[in-house]
Ligand binder design. Structure first.
Ligand code: ATP
Ligand code: MG
Length: 562
């Protein structure tokens, strides 16, 4: 296990801050957080880290967590993502009760607060072009230059702002700016834009508005409107924090507050071999590199769900990685470790043959079928048993027989008996070969006294293999997923390269397999272990007439033990 974990350090710094606030008099029930996704894509595992923290901190203290859609940018947002986001948050077991909000619900209020700033001489309408705006702002270490419109009379700014709202001007003609400090070492404080003109349709407000508030203005004031106490976000917002406070402290909203909202920043989750930028994930979807946002190779929660990851595994992972102040790269193996640990507890064991070799049981009557009792999950007695058929003709894995085995090969050989899972002990008679010497079929016998798998004389059988009865075998497809990218650190793409240069051509491999009858009733999302192979779940999007299983994760833990 990695050394920096949430468990070894149960008091990560955000827990500590909240505990101190409570020690200083904050009622725990007043701890109020929010998860503020922008509805411009589906949630990924990084968002899960964020909302496990947002909801987790509220739950731990008996407080509240709001779900707020940050829909201040009309160009990119879409209602279908709103629904997808809600499904994903619910999937992890979190609930915002009746507190589902949209930043766009506050547009009227935000507008009035902007007018307030103008009237107080703390905001002005600026006529600089976007290029000039940038040039005047300056660079770090060098002061900016004041806009010639900075001292525009209050009445004139107010009039222009109202006419901006009324739709009199083209996009980009004017912006409303906060009047703060063009000499500030923090570029975000150099008279940042508050409102810009954008004549676009908005997914909720329709065409009512043609001016939209900037994120920095809308976010902190939305927090204040909702009574948020702890506004948790990723590190890149650290430099925006003074502005966050400035907007709250310089508008009348401050008078309504029981608790001043505070922003705290933590490191975002970066996962090895994984791309987390929503914009780039969207590109993969749009260019059909993957089959949609819920492609099981995507780091999205919908992709992970379709792949058979469980909510518990994702929550355990988020708790384990903890919350820190420095950016780092978390190993994908660690996530898989938690997926495997949870699936081991819950997955139904089933048999499937991937590379079939036919075996005829010479001493078994032609039409006899024996239905054997098979345990569904050795980790969970309550999962019960099922019946598995055994007959004269069976399939085993080709790799489970060797004519000339190396030492320590304990499966079937001309000299080694082997146990067929839940069934009988089987002994080799002869192999049938084609003209090239390839084995096409085996002939074996079983020990009739060994029903259930134990030798009547107590002789030791080292190997146990799985099988499928040929007349009962069903055809299915297994989709073997692997890392989507071949590069470990996808946050650093070399110059001249594109992130798509690192796509793994082996990330999705389809295989025809044979499955036991019970598997035809498997349900999507239900965890399965194909014994001795991997964890799988049934796909939600099977083509008609096909049975498809998605590989969730391999059986073996590749995560290095400390
Ligand atoms: P983009 O990828 O377009 O920059 P975003 O990932 O910031 O967008 P939002 O919808 O704005 O997407 O994110 C909602 C919340 O999730 C924010 O508070 C953000 O800080 C947090 N978040 C986003 N990505 C991660 C990540 N990789 N790790 C932890 N938190 C994240
Ligand atoms: Mg964002």
């Amino acid at each position: 296990m990695p050394e920096d974990t949430g468990k070894t350090n149960p008091k990560h710094f955000i827990r500590q801050i909240i505990a101190e606030d409570i020690a200083n008099g904050l009622d725990p029930k007043d701890v109020h957080t929010r998860f503020p996704p922008e509805p411009n894509g589906c949630l990924h595992i990084g968002h899960a880290k964020a909302f496990c923290l947002d909801f987790g901190m509220a739950l731990e203290n008996g407080g509240k967590c709001n779900l707020r859609f940050d829909d201040t940018n009309p160009t990119k947002e879409d209602t279908r993502f709103v629904d997808a986001i809600k499904e994903d948050v619910h999937w992890l077991g979190f609930d915002w009760e009746d507190r589902e909000y949209f930043a766009s619900d506050y547009f009227e209020k935000l507008y009035s607060l902007a007018e307030e700033l103008i009237l107080a001489g703390k905001a002005y309408v600026c006529t600089l072009s976007p290029e000039e705006f940038k040039e005047y702002r300056g660079v770090p270490g060098k002061p900016g230059k004041e806009s010639p419109w900075r001292n525009r009379p209050i009445e004139e700014s107010l009039d222009l702002f109202r006419r901006m709202r009324a739709g009199e001007f083209e996009d980009g003609k004017y912006v409303l700016r906060a009047k703060i400090d063009m000499n500030s070492p923090n570029l975000h404080m150099r008279d940042p834009a508050i409102y810009r003109i954008k004549k676009m349709h908005h997914h909720r407000t329709g065409d009512k508005w043609c001016i939209f508030p900037m994120y920095d203005f809308a976010h902190c004031l939305s927090d204040a409107i909702e009574g948020i106490t702890h506004s948790l976000c990723t590190l890149e917002f650290e430099v925006h924090r003074p502005l966050y406070d400035w907007f709250i402290d310089n508008t009348s909203i401050i008078k309504t507050l029981k608790v001043h909202p505070r922003q705290y920043e933590f490191a975002r989750l970066n996962l090895s071999y994984t791309m987390m930028s929503k914009r780039k994930l969207q590109q993969l979807v749009e260019e059909n590199v993957v089959d949609g946002w819920d492609d099981p190779r995507m780091p999205t929660l919908s992709g992970m769900r379709r792949r058979g990851y469980t909510p518990q595994a994702i929550k355990d992972f988020c708790e384990e990685i903890g919350i820190t102040k420095f950016n780092s790269l978390t190993q994908l193996d660690l996530l898989e470790h938690f997926v495997r640990a949870d699936l081991n507890k819950t997955a139904l064991r089933r048999m499937a043959v991937f590379d079939p070799l036919e075996v005829e049981i010479e001493n078994w009557p032609e039409d006899k079928v024996d239905w054997l009792e098979a345990v569904n999950n050795p980790e969970d007695a309550s999962a019960g048993t099922r019946k598995v058929p055994f007959s004269k003709s069976i399939y085993i894995e080709r790799g489970d027989f060797m004519e000339n085995p190396p030492k320590k090969y304990f499966r079937l050989t001309p000299d080694n008996e082997v146990r067929l899972r839940y069934a009988y002990i089987m002994k080799f008679s002869r192999a049938e070969k084609d003209e090239n010497g390839n084995i096409v079929k085996l002939y074996c016998t079983i020990d009739e006294q060994s029903r259930g798998g134990n030798a009547p004389d107590g002789r030791r059988i080292k190997g146990t293999i799985h099988y499928i009865s040929k007349p009962h075998a069903l055809k299915a497809k297994a989709v073997l997923f692997d890392k989507l990218f071949t590069k470990e650190d996808m946050t650093e793409i070399e110059e001249g390269k594109d992130f798509k240069d690192y796509l793994n051509p082996q990330s999705k491999v389809e295989k025809d397999i044979l499955i036991e009858p019970a598997l035809k009733d498997a349900k999507p999302g239900e965890p399965l272990q194909f014994e001795r192979n991997a964890y799988f779940t049934r796909d939600t999007k099977e083509p008609a007439g096909q049975i498809v299983f998605n590989r969730s994760v391999a059986l073996k833990d590749s995560f290095p033990k400390a």
